[in-house]
Structure formats: C-alpha cells, structure tokens
Design a protein around this ligand. Structure first.
Ligand code: HEC
Length: 199
C-alpha cells in the first residue's frame, strides 16, 4: 500500500512537473490556465487521498487521539516537497476551522466560500481558478465530509468521549470543527501559484 502510494506520487509529480513547469504568470485567458487548473485539481485530489488513507490506517492502529496529527497538512512532508517543486502554497481553509491558521482570510476566500456554499446545494464537487491582487493564480476546491471516519473527529460531540474532547480543546482551544453531518461542506483546498519572480 505504501509502495503504491509512493509510485503514484512519483508519477503524478512527473506529470505535474512537465505540465506546470512554465510560468503561471500568464496562465489566465489561454489554454495554459486550464492546464494549471487540471494540475491543481490532481494535486489536491492526490493529497486528499493520501491523507484520507493514512488517517484510516492510523485510526485502526492507534485510535482517535493518536491519529489527530494525521489530519494536519504540516505533518506531510510530501506536500512541502510539491510546494517547492511547483512554487505554490497548498492550504485547507474553512469557515469553522479547528486550527485558527485555517480560517478564511482574504476577501476572495470569503467570496469563493459564499459562492461554493450556494452551489454546493446542488453539486458537491466545485472548483475555480482566479487571479489575486498580486497577479497570482489561485485555485479553490470543495472538501466534503465524504467518509464516515471524518465524523469521529468532526461529527457530533455528544458521541465523543470526555478524554477525547479534552485533548481536542487542549490542542485547539478555538475549535469550531465539530458537529458536522455526513456530506456537509467541510472546507476548501486553496492552491496559490506564486509568480515566477517570487521563486
Ligand atoms: C483523528 C481525528 C480526525 C479525523 C478522523 C479527521 N480529522 Fe480533519 N482535522 C483534525 C484535526 C486535529 C485538524 C486540525 C489540524 C491542524 O492543526 O491543522 C483537522 C483539520 C481539518 C481541516 C482543516 C480546517 C480546520 O478545521 O482546521 C479539514 C478541511 C478537515 N480536517 C477535513 C477532514 C475530513 C474531510 C476528514 C475525513 C476524511 C477528516 N478531516 C478526518 C482531526 C481529524
């Protein structure tokens, strides 16, 4: 399983590298912006799959408290490798974040969030690519509660043990990421492709 993931990752890195190694400064408005969007889509899908399977593995082996860090992007070194390789920043954001650093921040975060929330009622997978004030390409994609295992840590707090709730509030005193239901909109991926001159 681990081997398969490594191979998958290596393959996708290769594809991404060739497809997105041009400067993304001039992506919007031509064929390349579509390519960049596709690559960001693949990048976030891959990251989501790897995290989700590693969460499931860990839940089975070490239980809830031992698995908390498996839902933290910073604990996955392959993500920072990809960020360096593609000169981009990969984040997850939410209007009800567990970690404050993952709250919505910029005007476009809020705007996209409102649009996604509305569109999500009829379609769970939504993504978009836009240009920010610095001229950087920014990609957003919805993250859903698409697996029952998410509810262990983001579901109804009445089902959580006292010990688990205490651990959560020690680590995340401003946690708002509980009481979600299956298929709820949980957050968004955000990939910011930095301009070539910032490399
Ligand atoms: C073992 C507990 C656990 C499970 C299971 C879990 N999460 Fe998390 N989740 C966390 C923790 C802890 C954080 C905060 C990580 C950090 O410090 O950035 C988090 C953060 C997040 C965030 C970032 C926004 C925020 O709230 O800070 C998203 C999005 C998210 N989880 C989605 C999911 C989804 C979707 C699933 C199911 C596939 C899932 N999580 C399963 C514990 C869990």
């Amino acid at each position: 399983m681990k081997r398969l993931r490594v191979v998958l990752l290596a393959l996708s890195s290769l594809i991404l590298f060739y497809a997105c190694s041009y400067s993304c400064d001039d992506c919007v408005g031509n064929d390349q912006d579509r390519r960049c969007k596709t690559e960001a889509e693949e990048l976030t899908s891959l990251a989501g799959e790897i995290m989700s399977s590693s969460l499931d593995n860990s839940l089975e082996k070490t239980g809830l408290i031992g698995s908390l860090e498996k839902c933290d992007l910073n604990k996955y070194s392959f993500l920072s490798d990809l960020e360096n390789q593609f000169n981009c920043e990969i984040q997850r954001l939410s209007d009800r974040s567990r970690n404050l650093k993952s709250s919505l921040k910029t005007q476009s975060d809020y705007k996209v969030w409102e649009e996604f929330k509305e569109a999500y009622k009829s379609k769970p997978e939504i993504d978009t690519l836009l240009v920010n004030k610095k001229g950087e390409l920014v990609y957003y994609k919805t993250i859903s509660i698409d697996n029952k295992s998410c509810l262990n840590c983001h579901g109804n707090e009445k089902n959580m043990t006292r010990q688990f709730k205490e651990r959560l509030s020690d680590l995340y005193p401003q946690d708002k990421a509980k009481n979600y239901l299956m298929n709820d909109l949980r957050g968004v991926w955000k990939v910011t492709f930095k301009n070539q001159q910032n490399k």
